[in-house]
Ligand binder design. Structure first.
Ligand code: HSE
Length: 436
């Protein structure tokens, strides 16, 4: 069978990795795909770089639009990133009947519904394994491997930068700002780290997984997003004393009232496998009703790990190229006419457990006042520690773990607790998941 022609948009880290792996493993990949997958055109603003990467193997241009309208191209691989020109290129490629493979989580989180609907109308595929957790085949697992299951929840460490920072904060007892600087020096964090440290990148990925898990539209605008920039190293230490680690988790859960969709620093039991995912690694835990809990682990970024996912999509699209669109795996795992628009719950309605750190006067009756308020709001305490006050110190820290409750109950209780004259400042509140 004649080769399938690919147009590659962007030869940065992932584009270069994709080109190299496709070349290195060409024979093995063709044996799997049933035909040769050949990159026939590459577009990059930096034409010199594109020429260097491709070494004369294909046409090089700085005009990406010329590729998405080229009748000889079957599949467009979009590795430009962002949601400006990338959106226009992807929609134009679809309009021109091309399948699209993309690693662009931001684009799909923001404009996925528009893009999937355009692809559906045109009978082409938009594949995005590389958009979530880099080299881990989590989209394939959710969409196909777990297809028998009613998925109950997903909890993932899906941002390597923040996981690296949290690992360093714990190992070295350093504050966030110092570790961020070190991470930037080592190239783990970008010069502008906002998307990573504020949880936005994780939320992009989480919303895609949630849509596939529950058969709902992509709902990034409804996600609750809290990053790690305000996390205090002292809470990592106290969590450890209580047998927990703090990870930036993307969590999505199906509940009778709707879907929870949230990214925030989370205490998880130190004995869980996922709690031991360190450095820049990613891991996703998926709970299905039939299979139980399953865990997927690997590199969430980098040239060849991400290329591994891009090429997996290229092989899938190649195999299904001649299949009638109804016989392909749907973009979001569920048939388009079987999607349901489940409500995404506001944060006040989520149910979870809590870690509370209070700075209090060390005198009789303080604990009684606090626990009375918690009891008034039906909040049950699971564990508690009190730091031994230093010599002559009149204040101390109390750390409490609660059983599960609704966020609005905690909000109401904390508002009252913060009014107590014996409690100083704001109460630190972190969410806790047992992950069972
Ligand atoms: N910046 C991401 C991370 C990788 O730190 O995991 C690309 O999504």
């Amino acid at each position: 069978m004649k080769p399938i022609n690919v147009g590659l948009l962007g030869v940065g880290t992932v584009g270069g990795g994709t080109f190299n792996v496709l070349k290195r493993n060409a024979e093995e990949i063709a044996r799997r795909a049933g035909r040769v997958i050949q990159v026939t055109a590459v577009a990059d603003k930096n034409v010199e770089l594109a020429k260097q990467v491709t070494a004369g193997a294909c046409r090089v241009t700085d005009d990406a639009f010329s590729i998405v309208v080229d009748p000889d191209i079957d599949i467009v691989v979009e590795l430009i990133g962002g949601y400006g020109v990338a959106r226009e290129l992807v929609l134009k490629a679809i309009e021109n009947g091309k399948h699209v493979v993309t690693a662009n989580k931001a684009l799909l989180a923001m404009h996925g519904n528009e893009i999937f609907s355009a692809a559906q109308k045109k009978g082409v595929t938009v594949a995005f394994e590389a958009a979530v957790a880099g080299g881990i085949p989590i989209i394939k697992a959710l969409r196909e491997g777990l297809t028998a299951n009613r998925i109950e929840w997903i909890a993932g460490i899906i941002n390597g930068t923040t996981n690296f920072i949290l690992s360093e904060m714990r190992d070295k007892g350093l504050p966030f700002a110092a570790v961020l600087k070190e991470a930037q020096k080592l190239g783990y964090a970008e010069a502008d780290p906002t998307f990573d440290i504020e949880g936005i990148d994780a939320a992009h990925k989480l919303t895609l997984m949630s849509a596939i898990a529950f058969g709902t539209p992509v709902a990034f605008d409804k996600a609750y997003i809290e990053g790690i920039s305000k996390l205090d190293a002292v809470d990592i230490k106290y969590a450890e004393q209580l047998g927990y680690r703090i990870k930036l988790l993307g969590i999505t859960k199906r509940t009778p009232e709707g879907v929870e969709l949230r990214v925030h620093p989370t205490l998880i039991p130190a004995k869980r496998l996922i709690a031991n995912v360190e450095g820049a690694m990613n891991a996703v835990l998926v709970k299905g009703d039939a299979v139980g809990a399953t865990l997927y682990y690997g590199k969430g970024a980098g040239a060849e790990p991400t290329a591994s996912s891009v090429i997996a999509d290229l092989v899938d699209v190649t195999r299904m190229h001649t299949a009638d669109p109804e016989h392909r795996v749907p973009h979001l795992a569920f048939q388009p006419d079987a999607m349901v628009d489940l409500p995404v719950l506001p944060l006040s309605e989520i149910v979870t457990s809590y870690y509370l750190r209070l700075r209090v006067e060390d005198k009789p009756g303080v604990l009684a006042d606090i626990t009375r308020i918690l009891a008034d709001h039906q909040i049950s305490i699971d564990a508690m520690i009190q730091r031994e006050p230093g010599e002559g110190e009149e204040q101390t820290d109390i750390i409490m773990l609660t059983h599960q409750t609704r966020e609005k109950n905690i909000d109401a209780a904390l508002a009252r607790i913060e009014q107590l004259s014996v409690v100083n400042g704001k109460v630190t509140r972190l969410r806790l998941e047992e992950l069972v």
